[in-house]
Design a protein around this ligand. Structure first.
Ligand code: NAD
Length: 456
């Protein structure tokens, strides 16, 4: 009998398994593939590795501007793909080793709820029953598609396939201008593919501050990416030469279509029907104080949880919260309001807390202060002046949200994460000195302006 059985070895599941050692809990982690989940195997890690190759390519392309004479770079897709695989495999192996070192019993096979425990079906179809006092569901998500665009892995693909393309696609249509759509548009645009993005809503990265999105729009235009917002595509025609996509009384022919319209929960076949766990369109309802489902000994974490962000780091935090409750009986809820969201495009776009639009929607009175990167010494030195810092402050109150677009935004957002989490007043945060010259000085300048004084 284990203290905890966890179904799913992605960020939510493996974080729970690793964290359990702090309390001496015995854990069985059931995984049907390698451990690592979407994040390590077909999500964050491989995508950011491709983005890094694209970044290096674009830096070398403009090396001449910096007085560095290099011949015109070319892309060796196979080397970039091999590097991506090496990074992924290294991290998966490292994680396997760490789980072993922590005494986690990793069980290979397909897990589903049965008789209060978990039934595991191995690849040879042998079945074993794992008894556990508590179960954590962490089965993750899979890409969705839209009607008329069945994913075939060849002409119409999801990010799962795009991360393993054997060669660089010449012409690509991306349906969905959310996080995945924008990251692929950025990297494929850098590599010189012809890219068309179709977004149904009126801006890329819906929900993100529109001025930050403008910085991204401009950068994508420079990469010759064609963006159509407020645009829905019609049914595609697949021919020998490619795929023709009708849109807005026009059409475009591409070699491949990447569908990036969101991800759906993988909860269809894990025995939930035999429990009283509440499921809404596949997402599992939990008590956000503890991550318990309607069955107190069954917890859920990660992408399958209803109403919480589908982010690896949210999954980590939820896994920790579930284990803490199992071990101590005390609630240690995740602070969803201060979880940063980073889109790893060039430039990166990062946000924390609420945007101005969300604050207004909530009926809050706010003051918004922004500062462009154009005058920031370090950004000029780096040749990366497209970007902005924006801070949302409750009237006569604390900082409640921030957005950063620009070089290193994904790193810089964390100082604003603390200001939001700790409900800092702009004047309190502005009292601290940023090193010069750094890109982060843009945050210092914005905080100073938000506190009623400004320097540059
Ligand atoms: P998403 O929800 O971020 O974006 C989907 C986009 O598709 C939306 O902008 C939506 O308006 C658009 N869309 C939906 N139907 C459409 C249609 N018929 N035509 C045109 N556009 C349409 O989803 P995603 O980009 O697929 O990412 C899935 C999940 O993975 C997200 O929750 C995301 O947060 C997560 N993710 C995070 C990161 C990161 O943190 N850097 C990276 C990749 C994925």
């Amino acid at each position: 009998m284990h203290d905890v059985a966890i179904i799913g070895g992605g960020p939510g599941g493996y974080a729970a398994a690793l964290y359990a050692h702090n309390f001496g809990l015995s854990v069985a982690l059931i995984e049907k593939e390698r451990v690592g989940g979407t994040c390590l195997i077909r999500g964050c890690i491989p995508a950011k590795t491709w983005l890094q190759s694209a970044h290096v390519f674009s830096v070398v392309k403009k090396a001449g501007e910096f007085g560095v004479v290099a011949s015109e770079p070319t892309v060796d897709w196979q080397i970039a793909l091999a590097r991506k695989n090496k990074v992924v495999n290294g991290l998966v192996n490292g994680l396997s080793g760490l789980l072993k070192a922590r005494g986690v019993d990793v069980v290979e096979g397909y897990g589903s709820l049965k008789d209060g425990g978990v039934e595991v079906t191995a690849t040879d179809l042998s079945v074993t029953q794992i008894e556990a006092a508590n179960v954590i569901l962490a089965t993750g998500s899979v890409p969705r598609s839209i009607p008329g665009y069945p994913i075939d892995g060849e002409r119409i693909v999801s990010s799962d396939h795009a991360l393993d393309w054997e060669s660089q696609p010449g012409r690509v249509a991306i349906i969905g201008g959310g996080v995945i759509g924008c990251e692929f548009a950025s990297l494929l645009g850098d590599f010189g593919s012809e890219v068309h993005v179709f977004e149904a809503l009126d801006q890329l990265l819906p929900g993100t501050d529109p001025d930050a999105v403008k910085s991204l729009d401009r950068a994508l235009r420079k990469k010759k990416v064609k963006v159509s917002t407020s645009t829905k595509v019609g049914a595609p025609e697949i021919t020998d030469s490619g795929v023709t996509i009708p849109y807005a009384e026009k059409s475009v022919e591409v070699d491949v279509v990447l569908v990036a319209v969101g991800r759906g929960p993988q909860t269809g076949n894990i025995g939930l029907e035999s429990t009283s766990v509440v499921v809404d369109r596949g997402f599992v309802e939990v008590d956000r104080q503890t991550m318990q489902t309607a069955e107190p000994h069954i917890y859920a974490v990660g992408d399958i949880v209803a109403g919480t962000p589908q982010l690896a780091h949210a999954g980590f935090a939820e896994g920790i919260a579930a284990i803490t409750h199992i071990a101590t009986g005390a609630a240690a809820p995740v602070d969803y309001n201060s979880i940063p969201l980073v889109t790893y495009t060039d430039p990166e776009v990062a946000q924390v807390g609420v945007t101005e639009a969300q604050a207004v929607e909530q009926g809050r009175q706010v003051e918004v202060t922004s500062h462009g990167m154009r005058g920031v010494g370090r950004a000029i030195i780096q040749g990366e002046v497209g970007g902005i810092v924006k801070i949302v402050v409750e009237k006569d109150g604390p900082i409640i949200g921030a957005t950063v677009a620009g070089p290193g935004a994904g790193e810089m957002i964390h100082e604003l994460m603390y200001t939001v989490a700790w409900e800092a007043l702009p004047s309190e945060a502005a009292a601290y000195i940023h090193a010069h010259p750094t890109v982060s000085e843009a945050i210092g300048e914005t905080l100073l302006s938000a506190s009623g004084r400004s320097l540059h």
